[in-house]
Every structure is written in structure tokens, then in C-alpha cells.
Design a protein around this ligand. Structure first.
Ligand code: SF4
Length: 384
């Protein structure tokens, strides 16, 4: 018997691996109480009062109560592109997490202000690679005599500092949709890749799409001396993976795939490439959030789908496609807790502040970091 998505326990365990991603950041104003029965009306009224001056972006993993006010929904890169395509809107309210708002700030015009309704909405994966750690790693690669052969590639889910580092060192940003193209480009420029910060996306792309073996990959651990690797291991590797992961997608297991196959005959298992290697190899299909959405939309009525990605999105897909049996891949995996910090009270507070002419929680990347990060982002846009 399958547990309907709506009946799953509502857990918020998502990204608790690194407290920095959930740092307590007090709202600088007065948040409306979550119990206020007029929150929906207040959000609608503030948005209407702002008109075209505000553009609200909603990441696929956001709560329904927030998504209903988004002008555009999408993954992090699509949302940053959309913000850049609306230079007439001076205020971009980004319902997502910190690194996404940074990318939007880098890609939007100078007069636009990008606002994150809760500054505590970080990302545990992005926090797993700090600028100092990556600089130290580069020193280790130099000591091993291989830095000139290494092209750094960073996943979109990284801080502006890391994108800037990658831009300064001739590398590229990638998303879960274009990781193979980014790696093709990187290997045309150098013999090795340093992949930041998600080891799973790097490994899955290298092994399943590039034909590398697991032995071609090594994992650099920023908390261990010299990454926990010998110089020989670094010299022999083709792919140097940063020890980072998504705390939400990293929780899916091979057992959850086996379990759903036993419970639901004929089920299709569809997972995000941030999942562990043994999970994606056991799945039927792998793809980005945009791919997952399109696949479910195009699926045959009556077909069954166990989806391995964030629960808000899976619940929404299940609700939008009642003619298909869409279920969560695991019984216990939960929401991304940092994404969930953006709730209706925070959105109402951000919008009403703008109506009063108070621009709060602006995300602004310093000029030099933005310039180099843009080099790496532009290189991604120029990928064949
Ligand atoms: S789902 Fe994972 S990668 Fe995305 S914001 Fe949450 S912790 Fe970060």
C-alpha cells in the first residue's frame, strides 16, 4: 500500500548538517504572526500596490503558501535569468535560498535590488565549501604539481565567493541540467576537474554520462589535512570531488528504491542527480527539477512514479496530477528546512516593507566577487 504524499509526516529535518546554513538571523522588522487570518489578503494587497515595481520569484521547493504569489517559478538558474529579463522591476523578491539571491544580484541590472525575505535561508550544501577552504585546496593541488591541469567547475548551488574563485581560475558554473556539457568543456581545457561543492552531482555526471570510472574520482575532504589525499592520488585522479552534498537528496537510499519497487508494482523511480550514486544507478530516470516536472506532466494517466527530490515539489506534483500515482520516494525524508524558512509571514513583511518604502534584507555581492563570478556564469551561458 502506497502512502499518499499528503499523508506523509511533515518533518523539517532537511539541511541540519551544517548549522551555518540555518544561522539564527532575526528579522529586522516586526513579522506578522503566522496565525493572522488576513495574511493572504495582506500579501495580495501589498503585491497589488507595488504593481510592476516588484517581481516575485519562487523556487520549486518553496511552500505552496509562498508559491501562489510567485510571478515565476523555476530552478535557481531559470529564476536568476528571469530576474535579469525584467530590468523594469526595481525590486526582486527571491523566495529561495541565499546563494540563489546572490546569483540573481550578479545577473540583474545595477539599479535592481534583490531581497531575501529571511536572511537565515541558507543552503547546507553551499556552506560546505567556503572560500578559505577552496583556496587551501588549490594550494594542495599546486603542491602536488597539478593545479595547471585542473579546471574548477562549481555547481550553481555555491556561494558567490566560490563562483568568483572558479571564474578567476578559468572555470565554469554548471546546473544539474548542463553538468555534462560543462564537464565536456572543462576536459577540453584541462586534464582534470575540481568539482564543487556537490560530490554526488560530480560523480554521477562523470561516471554515468562521461564514461569515467569510480576509480578516476577522488574525494577531497576540506576538514582533513591535505584533503585526506596523497599527492599520488591527486596526480592519478581525473575528477577531484569536493566532499559536499545536499542534506535533503543525500538522505535517499538504495533501500528506499528497493522498498518502493516491492510495494508498488510497475513503479517508475525518478530521482535528482544530487542523490547518492547507488540511488541514481538503482533508479529508472535521473534529472533536474525541471526534468522531473516535465516527465510527470508527460506521463501516462494511471502510471506510478516514486520521486526522489524535495517534498514540497513532490506534493505539488501529486496534487496537480491526480490521474497519476505520484509518491515520495522515501517514508521519512523531509522538506529542505532552510527553503522552508521563507513562509507567508516573511513574504508579507517583505512586501509591506517595500510598500512603505523600506527596502530590507537586500542581498548584494561585492563588485570584485561579482565580476569574477559573472565570468564563470557567462562561460556557462556560452557552453555549446
Ligand atoms: S534542497 Fe539541498 S541543495 Fe537545495 S537549498 Fe536545500 S540543502 Fe541546499
Amino acid at each position: 500500500m502506497t502512502t499518499p504524499v499528503r499523508d506523509l509526516p511533515l518533518l523539517l529535518l532537511g539541511s541540519g548538517a551544517d548549522p551555518a546554513s540555518e544561522r539564527g538571523v532575526d528579522c529586522p522588522g516586526e513579522l506578522p504572526p503566522a496565525s493572522d487570518p488576513l495574511l493572504v489578503e495582506r500579501a495580495a494587497a501589498a503585491k497589488a500596490a507595488l504593481g510592476d515595481r516588484v517581481f516575485v520569484l519562487g523556487h520549486h521547493y518553496q511552500r505552496d503558501e509562498v508559491i501562489r504569489f510567485a510571478d515565476v517559478t523555476g530552478d535557481s538558474f531559470k529564476l536568476a535569468q528571469q530576474a535579469a529579463a525584467r530590468p523594469d522591476a526595481p525590486y526582486v523578491v527571491f523566495c529561495g535560498v541565499h546563494f540563489m539571491a546572490e546569483s540573481a544580484d550578479i545577473l540583474t541590472a545595477g539599479h535592481q535590488r534583490v531581497i531575501l525575505p529571511d536572511l537565515g535561508a541558507g543552503c547546507s550544501m553551499a556552506d560546505m565549501a567556503t572560500f578559505d577552504q577552496v583556496e587551501e585546496c588549490w594550494d594542495v593541488l599546486e603542491d602536488a604539481g597539478i593545479a595547471d591541469d585542473v579546471v574548477p567547475v562549481t555547481y550553481m548551488n555555491s556561494s558567490a565567493d566560490i563562483k568568483g574563485f572558479v571564474g578567476r581560475h578559468g572555470g565554469v558554473v554548471c546546473t544539474s541540467s548542463n553538468a555534462k556539457r560543462a564537464l565536456d568543456w572543462a576536459y577540453s581545457k584541462g586534464r582534470k576537474v575540481l568539482f564543487l561543492p556537490d560530490q554526488h552531482l560530480g560523480r554521477n555526471t562523470a561516471v554515468l554520462e562521461m564514461g569515467l570510472s569510480l576509480d578516476d574520482c577522488v574525494v577531497y575532504s576540506p576538514h582533513r589535512r591535505e584533503g585526506g589525499l596523497t599527492q599520488r592520488q591527486l596526480q592519478d585522479a581525473k575528477m577531484i570531488l569536493w566532499r559536499g552534498h545536499c542534506s535533503v537528496h543525500g538522505r535517499f537510499s538504495k533501500e528506499s528504491v528497493d522498498d518502493v519497487r516491492a510495494r508498488v508494482p510497475g513503479v517508475n523511480v525518478l530521482v535528482h542527480p544530487e542523490c547518492r550514486h547507488e540511488v541514481v544507478t538503482a533508479a529508472d530516470q535521473i534529472g533536474s527539477t525541471e526534468y522531473i516536472i516535465k516527465t510527470i506532466e508527460a506521463a501516462e494517466p494511471g502510471s506510478s512514479w516514486a520521486v526522489g527530490t524535495e517534498l514540497n515539489l513532490v506534493r505539488r506534483l501529486a496534487g496537480a496530477h491526480p490521474d497519476k500515482n505520484v509518491m515520495f520516494l522515501d517514508k521519512t525524508v523531509c522538506y529542505c528546512s532552510t527553503m522552508n524558512r521563507i513562509d507567508l509571514p516573511h513574504l508579507v513583511w517583505s512586501l509591506e516593507s517595500l510598500v512603505r518604502g523600506e527596502v530590507e534584507n537586500v542581498i548584494q555581492v561585492d563588485e570584485e566577487t561579482a565580476r569574477y563570478a559573472r565570468v564563470a556564469l557567462d562561460q556557462m551561458l556560452a557552453l555549446p
